[in-house]
Design a protein around this ligand. Structure first.
Ligand code: ADP
Length: 367
């Protein structure tokens, strides 16, 4: 393995090839040369240089074509074009086609050295960034596997034991022990909920969601959610109403994810409401977008907490405001899903009066 960067000089002028070779070898680079585009491309394919120095004006295959083809051979090869004064426009064209930089003739050895060093440094940084991105992704994937297998599986097994014991299958137990077992079971349920929510959040991936996009009618989706949440709302005598003001209600969406995002917000509108309160869901058009208001008459959110409620694990302290269970992940999940749909979520809230969450999604274009 040779650490010295390899530079391929493609130029029809022998004097230019020789002078570049002399300068670059002196500065510690390996150099290969080619007198025309065709042999340049052959060398690029077989030697995979780090950088190609390409004369724009050559007989045969033009410098611009060589530039394009080198990108196809290996997108990591950096290209710098050498231009005569008369070809500044082509230099601009070359930059548009992905050349890293251009070097007008005549140039000094120092100019050549600097431009090549800079290009190689940039490439190194880009490679480093790419490597870090790959490592981060791997780490995330490993973490997801760890959480789902090492944490979730034993908890499910424990939950199973609790069911058996509490079902009386392991013998009699005193009321005190039973009470403790019930509380422990409840805590395990909460912990599992937290792990499941966290896994949901970690798994949301825009690229994957987009592959499942199809036209989804929001009215039907919201109606279904209302039916699902009605029993919970009734427990606190809360009413839920759907008002439609939009003529079209179709968005491009991954239905299951969008359902989850809206369910989290509707669930909150019930959870943080007051007994006998109201939830109003309003579907309306805003320019070329669809907006869904989810309005409640609940406890509201103090202004100092509003900027943080979409943060992971953030919960507004409930001192003196009753008790609710939650993981602090519901809104983070909703926001991530909505943003993966090119939408956004906004909130307005008045403490002790209520909150309105507005989800804005691009309207599906009708053919
Ligand atoms: P949680 O599991 O705690 O409900 P969320 O991420 O869904 O987590 O919400 C974060 C916090 O935002 C909640 O703990 C609550 O304090 C506040 N919140 C969310 N929705 C509402 C609402 N409709 N009314 C009042 N507070 C809300």
């Amino acid at each position: 393995m040779n650490d010295k960067p390899l530079i391929l000089v493609i130029d029809d002028e022998e004097a230019m090839r020789d002078s570049c070779t002399q300068i670059l070898v002196k500065h510690g680079f390996r150099v290969e040369t080619a007198p025309d585009g065709q042999s340049g491309l052959e060398k690029a394919a077989s030697l995979k240089p780090d950088l190609a120095l390409i004369d724009l004006k050559m007989p045969g295959i033009s410098g611009l074509d060589v530039l394009n083809k080198i990108k196809e051979i290996d997108s990591e090869i950096i290209s710098i074009v050498i231009t005569g004064y008369a070809t500044v426009e082509s230099a601009v064209e070359a930059m548009k086609r992905g050349a890293y930089d251009f070097l007008p003739k005549p140039f000094t050895p120092e100019e050549l050295r600097i431009i090549i060093r800079r290009a190689l440094e940039r490439r190194e940084l880009a490679r480093e960034a790419e490597k870090l991105k790959r490592e981060k992704k791997l780490l995330e994937e490993n973490f997801i596997t760890l959480v789902s297998h090492q944490l979730r599986s034993p908890l499910i097994a424990i939950q199973q034991y609790f069911e058996t014991i509490l079902g009386g299958y392991a013998g009699e137990m005193s009321p005190q022990i039973k009470d403790m077992m019930l509380r422990a079971k409840e805590r395990i349920k909460d912990l599992l909920q937290l792990i499941n929510d966290w896994l949901d959040l970690a798994r949301i991936n825009r690229q994957e969601l987009v592959t499942r996009f199809k036209p989804v009618g929001l009215q039907a989706l919201l109606q279904k959610q209302i039916e699902t949440f009605m029993p919970l709302a009734k427990e606190s005598s809360i009413t839920i109403n759907l008002e439609r003001e939009a003529s079209s209600d179709t968005v491009m969406a991954d239905e299951q994810s969008l359902e989850q995002a809206l369910a989290n917000i509707i669930h909150n509108a019930i959870k943080y409401n007051r007994p006998g309160g109201k939830v109003i869901i309003r579907l309306w058009e805003k320019n070329s977008s669809l907006a869904i208001d989810i309005e409640d008459t609940g406890i509201g959110i103090p202004p100092e907490h509003l900027p943080h409620i979409f943060d992971q694990f953030y919960r507004v302290p409930l001192t003196g405001r009753g008790m609710t269970k939650g993981t602090g992940l519901g809104l983070s999940i909703a926001k991530k899903i909505i943003e993966a749909h090119d939408g956004r979520i906004e909130v307005k809230s008045v403490p002790n009066k209520g909150s309105t969450f507005t989800v804005i999604l691009p309207l599906a274009r009708t053919p």
